[in-house]
Design a binder for this molecule. Structure first.
Ligand code: CA
Ligand code: CA
Length: 272
């Protein structure tokens, strides 16, 4: 009886806390939940709640000195990505080098991994801040190198500065937002790699997820991470703990009643 109850308790707790567990590329797996807050692609938290319906994942930095985050979600039609750099406080563009604040999203849409991107299903979407009213958006596919191709219809991106709605100070700081159509994604879990970079200054600040593990990570899908698509909104964190606590208390009560019944039975036997 006790073994059965323990198994039931473990199963109830596991149901409340485990996201989809899927293996794939070398990097970790994050979950892309169904949104409850709409997104405006404007390079900032448009409201204080715009990205609250997501889990936040740290972006990693080569020299370990910078702090950044990214978030993903979807609305059944579009994949949305937000990236934030907390040490980059101004957007910039160097016309001599054609470089500035930029974001790149790499997708392995068939999740077939490989040591080199494949022309049929692997994509590189880029966004480059040129001026306050223009972020250049590009689509690339891989042949012998990443090569610019016709835009995938509907892809939008904007690099900008958040001036106060992001939960992360300091303000302002640089933010990138992008949307990509889910129609190009062929699997419930797809390969994902991103970079968010300020290359307009002497001190370049590169953020990655996952990694950085390799100098040529952008051309090695096996080093990318995984995004697992969920048809549900993100579980409310307090709600999750309420369910977990209720499960544990419920099981404890059953134990207690069961124990009391046993001792009542024993007393009844002694009286008999
Ligand atoms: Ca926005
Ligand atoms: Ca692929």
């Amino acid at each position: 009886m006790r073994t059965t109850l323990f198994v039931l308790a473990a199963f109830a707790i596991a149901l409340t806390i485990s996201p989809a567990m899927v293996s794939g590329h070398l990097g970790p797996t994050i979950t892309c939940y169904l949104l409850t807050e709409p997104v405006t692609i404007d390079g900032k938290w448009t409201s204080r709640t715009e990205w609250n319906d997501t889990a936040e994942t740290p972006l990693l930095v080569a020299d370990g000195t910078a702090v950044g985050y990214f978030r993903v979600k979807h609305d059944l039609t579009w994949l949305y990505v937000l990236a934030e750099s907390l040490i980059d406080q101004a957007v910039g563009y160097n016309s001599t080098t054609d470089n500035g604040d930029w974001m790149q999203i790499f997708l392995d849409t068939l999740h077939d991994d490989g040591k080199s991107p494949r022309g049929n299903d692997d994509y590189l979407f880029g966004a480059l801040w040129v001026n306050a009213s223009y972020t250049e958006v590009t689509t690339k596919k891989y042949y012998t190198d990443w090569t610019r191709v016709s835009s995938v219809e509907g892809v939008e991106a904007k690099i900008g500065v958040d001036t106060g709605n992001s939960p992360h100070p300091p303000h302002p700081h640089v933010v990138g937002e992008m949307r990509i159509p889910l129609s190009i994604v062929g699997t419930a879990t797809f390969g994902f790699f991103m970079r968010f970079v300020d290359a307009s200054e002497a001190l370049t600040k590169w953020f990655y997820w996952p990694g950085p593990t390799l100098a040529d990570q952008g051309t090695d899908p096996s080093s990318w991470g995984n995004v697992s698509y969920s048809t549900q909104p993100i579980p409310e964190f307090p709600g999750t703990w309420i369910v977990m606590t209720a499960s544990v208390l419920g099981i404890a009560l059953i134990f207690r009643l069961n124990k009391k019944r046993s001792s009542d039975d024993e007393i009844a036997k002694v009286i008999e």
